[in-house]
Design a protein around this ligand. Structure first.
Ligand code: SAH
Length: 236
């Protein structure tokens, strides 16, 4: 078989509108929410029958945001300080021979609004508009191996502290009703330190911007291990 054609079955609605600052794995930002909306042409109502009995799902998706950039057999792993290289198949890099990602996500709710079938998911690492290729139930007895060796990724990355400026705190309160637990969400995203690995442990004066939902969030390093949120404004 030379070629395998895949047809996406659903599309993701995500607060992560750009690649920058998306966590490296789904469980790292607990407050993230998202939706998986099935394509109208499919009989999604029947395809998901029984899915609500599972608390977690495997989501198989296309790295549509990076696939045009191709791939190389060796990649720089952030875990190795960002400079040393390792085989692409020994990493969870997005630049793969086939641009396929997989994430375990919590299934919070299933809804059907006049045939628009949607899975409401918890913590995830999916870019907005990610095409979903397949969904399977997460089965703990088979999928969870407590004594497995995590190689270069033994532990979740270390967190940094996050503080909000007076201005950011004021601005946040205006969006309180629009996005649930917004401050906690921003805090968890930034605690991952979204900067490239080589920036860590060095002073950094840069002002960074990231988009979550419809908000532009400006932040900078207050110290080596503290991020300060400076501004939270609506994207114009
Ligand atoms: N859990 C997945 C993804 C790990 S890589 C897996 O192991 O296969 C996680 C990174 O994928 C995120 O930091 C984000 O930047 C990137 N990402 C998520 N959705 C993407 C998409 N649709 N296109 C390109 N990159 C994406």
């Amino acid at each position: 078989m030379d070629c395998l054609a895949l047809k996406p079955i659903a599309t993701v609605n995500s607060p992560y509108k750009e690649k920058f600052a998306i966590p490296r794995q789904p469980g790292l930002v607990a407050e993230a929410v998202g939706e998986i909306v099935f394509n109208d042409a499919l009989d999604a109502e029947n395809m998901i029958k029984g899915i609500e009995q599972y608390s977690h799902l495997w989501v198989i998706f296309a790295f549509h945001g990076t696939m045009a950039q191709g791939w190389k057999p060796l990649v720089k792993a952030p875990r190795l300080g960002g400079n040393k290289k390792i085989g692409v198949l020994a990493t969870r890099s997005t630049f793969r021979p086939n641009p396929i990602g997989m994430s375990v996500v919590q299934l919070k709710e299933v809804s059907n609004d006049k045939g628009r079938v949607t899975l409401h998911i918890g913590a995830h690492d999916l870019l907005d508009k990610t095409p979903i290729i397949d969904i399977k139930p997460y089965i703990p007895y088979a999928d969870s191996i407590s004594q497995a060796d995590g190689g270069i990724a033994q532990e979740a990355p270390e967190l940094v502290d996050v503080v909000f400026s007076e201005q950011a705190t004021k601005q946040l309160s205006a969006f309180k009703n629009r996005h649930r637990n917004l401050a906690a969400f921003i805090e968890q995203v930034l605690a991952q330190d979204p900067r490239p690995a080589y920036k860590k442990a060095k002073t950094d004066d840069k002002v960074y911007g990231m988009q979550l939902f419809d908000l532009n969030i400006m932040w900078s390093m207050k110290s080596l291990t503290t991020i300060q949120v400076m501004q939270v404004e609506e994207v114009k």
